[in-house]
Write a protein that binds this ligand. Structure first.
Ligand code: ASP
Length: 637
């Protein structure tokens, strides 16, 4: 028999009571996390989002209460009334904040029962993820999920408060709109009123936020859902949440300052004090030092070690002397056996061999043949005893590679000895000419080897373990990305970002003569090798926008068809502006120390873009299709 709530009110939450409350009369409400029936004594662990309190029903409570308690099962919903009592010293539970007390019940109200469960929130072994997602409402009751969702809330509030204090307005933008320029596939919404016509769900509010600048709102932000129908990958969600912002009369430094401020506030929610400002690095520098545009600074940089070897030595090793030879250093690896080394080769991307990039990982053998050179390599890379050093360079024989030949390289590749670098030290890479395609390939190859080894030896170098110190979270800005990417298949330049990104003012005149050398006023904020967000200063002038579209090979008709409304808006007094968007899901995942985005999104989709709880997507009725003027042709699979 279930009871009604009536006008019964809670006095406390289940996680609140302490020794000082002993003697008070309380009313608790919650779920039965666990029940232990010892006959005369029944223990009910009552749980709500704040925690758990042990409720005991003794024989003195009377037959009626006792019978009720005997009926109760896991996840029944209960109100318990009684007196707080200090537990006997021997039965204090140190693992529970309420562990010093218990509530001796004199009345229970059974507010609801619960079917036998597929798993319970109290289970210590996790159910498999499909079951968890199907019964998400039960899964979300688990303490860990409650904590993650609470953290998500706190992070969002901290960011909102910060941005509000900085003069940002939170402004909503439509979900039913037209295609936005982020380069993924759109999710479409059919119009009933205009059969055959569709809205698109926004891949981002990009154009709306720019229009808000045109409208004079000066500083906009939104914690907003974005929809992108991209190829499925383990850690990607078709809908995800961005912290999106835009600033009028912006310089990159202003955007950096705002983002650093709200990230500091977000990290403060887990008690971590982030150091600001974050270091900055140009794209070229990042590639030279880390072989990737989102460097993980927790491990040492690459070191160019061409100077260590004579030309003859390099020839002997079958290595090109006109391209970088790079040392990858992983600290604290210690001795590795030959067998271990052979296994490492499985970890290097197969593409390296196809690109004619060599990985020399037998340090001992190299030391035997080239003792002086290898001593120099260790010196240049800053290696200490126990550090493992691997060399990555371009083979002299280039097997039909995917990098050269297809596009004019900006630097010379052949013949000349490679400019010698001064290793991993700080700014060695700045002020050099831009990287050629082939140089980039070698450096990126080294970057991939670095990451593969870093993962493999994580238990030895221990740099990925959180120690409550500054190295736990290494943030930086990467700037000066190339404006265009060469599309081999199409034989043309593509915008590396969305096409409203402004070129660097200094590079403007190279737009037509040397597109590959044009830098974008774009920036990424990177954390521990992950891109947290990306943004840019925008094009605010119609003449420059037209040039960019031309450089991208977009005809005036196509421009008009895709972005006509926006191109027109640009002509009505657009202020210079810029902004950025950061992934909220990822930030919360990192702060929660979770392994997957699905652990911090209340109702996520699977890696196959399915919502297992509501069972979506689903077919719809013929009537609905007819109303929308849609006929489905099944493509047999
Ligand atoms: N709209 C961009 C994105 O979603 C971010 C930006 O440029 O502000 O990636």
């Amino acid at each position: 028999m279930l009871d009604f709530l009536g006008d019964l009110k809670r006095t406390h939450l289940c996680g609140e009571l302490r020794a000082a409350d002993a003697g008070s009369r309380v009313v608790l409400m919650g779920w039965v996390n666990k029940r232990r029936d010892l006959g005369n004594l029944i223990f009910l662990d009552l749980r709500d989002r704040s925690g758990i309190t042990q409720v005991v029903v003794t024989a003195e409570a009377g037959a009626e209460v006792h019978e009720k308690a005997a009926e109760v099962r896991s996840e029944f919903v209960l109100a318990a009334m009684g007196q707080v009592k200090l537990r006997d010293p021997g039965t204090v539970n140190k693992n529970l904040p309420t562990g010093e007390i218990e509530v001796v019940a004199d009345e229970l109200r059974l507010l609801n029962d619960c079917k036998p469960l597929p798993f319970t929130p109290a289970d210590t072994v996790l159910a498999n993820e499909e079951v968890r997602l199907k019964y998400r409402y039960i899964d979300l009751r688990r303490a860990e999920m409650q904590r993650n969702i609470e953290l998500r809330h706190k992070v969002a509030i901290a960011i909102r408060d910060h941005l509000n204090a900085q003069g940002f307005y939170e402004i909503e933008t439509p979900f039913m709109t037209r295609s936005t320029p982020e380069g993924a596939r759109d999710y479409l919404v059919p119009s009933r009123v205009y059969p055959g016509e569709f809205y698109a769900l926004p891949q981002s509010p990009q154009l709306f936020k720019q229009i808000l600048m045109i409208s004079g709102f000066d500083r906009y932000f939104q914690i907003v859902r974005c929809f992108r129908d991209e190829d499925l990958r383990a850690d990607r969600q078709p809908e995800f949440t961005q912290i999106d912002l835009e600033i009028s009369f912006a310089r990159p430094g202003m955007v950096f300052h705002v983002v650093e401020g709200f990230l500091k506030a977000a990290f403060a929610t887990i008690g971590f004090e982030l150091e600001t400002p974050f270091p900055q690095m140009s794209y070229d520098q990042a590639i030279r030092l880390y072989g990737i545009d989102k460097p993980d600074l927790r491990l040492p940089a690459l070191a160019e070690v061409n100077v260590a070897f004579s030309r003859e030595n390099l020839q002997g090793l079958g290595l090109s002397s006109s391209l970088p030879l790079v040392a990858v250093r992983i600290p604290g690896v210690g001795e590795i056996s030959r067998k271990e080394r052979d296994q490492l080769r499985q970890l290097y991307p197969a593409r390296l061999a196809e690109q004619g990039i060599k990985v020399l990982d037998d340090e001992r053998r190299l030391e035997k043949s080239f003792p002086e050179a290898m001593a120099k390599v260790r010196e240049l890379s800053g290696a200490e005893a126990g550090d493992y050093v691997v060399l990555v360079g371009a083979g002299t024989v280039t097997l039909g590679d995917g990098g050269e030949g297809q596009k004019p390289a900006t630097g010379a590749d052949a013949g000349v000895p490679y400019r010698t670098g001064s290793g991993s030290a700080g700014n060695a890479a700045s002020g050099r000419s831009r990287l050629s395609m082939r140089e980039r390939q070698v450096l990126e190859g080294a970057g991939q080897v670095r990451l593969a080894l870093a993962q493999r030896f994580a238990d030895r170098h221990k740099r990925f373990e959180k120690k409550g110190a500054a190295n736990d979270y290494r943030l930086l800005w990467v700037t000066g990305f190339p404006m265009f990417e060469w599309d081999e298949a199409e034989g043309r330049w593509n915008a590396a970002h969305h096409p409203f990104t402004s070129p660097h003012e200094e590079d403007m005149e190279r737009l037509e003569s040397d597109p590959g050398a044009v830098r974008a006023l774009a920036y990424d904020v990177v954390l521990n090798g992950m891109e947290l967000g990306s943004g840019s200063i925008r094009i605010h002038r119609q003449d420059i926008q037209a040039k960019i579209f031309k450089a991208l090979g977009m005809s005036p008709e196509e421009q008009q068809a895709r972005f006509g409304f926006f191109l027109e808006a640009l002509q009505y007094g657009t202020p210079p502006h810029g902004g950025i968007a950061l992934g909220l899901d990822r930030i919360v995942m990192i702060l929660a120390g979770a392994e997957s985005l699905r652990e911090v999104i209340p109702f996520p989709k699977t890696a196959k873009a399915v919502d297992l709880m509501v069972d979506a997507p689903t077919p719809v009725s013929d009537r609905q299709l007819k109303e929308l003027g849609i006929r489905v042709t099944k493509t047999g699979q």
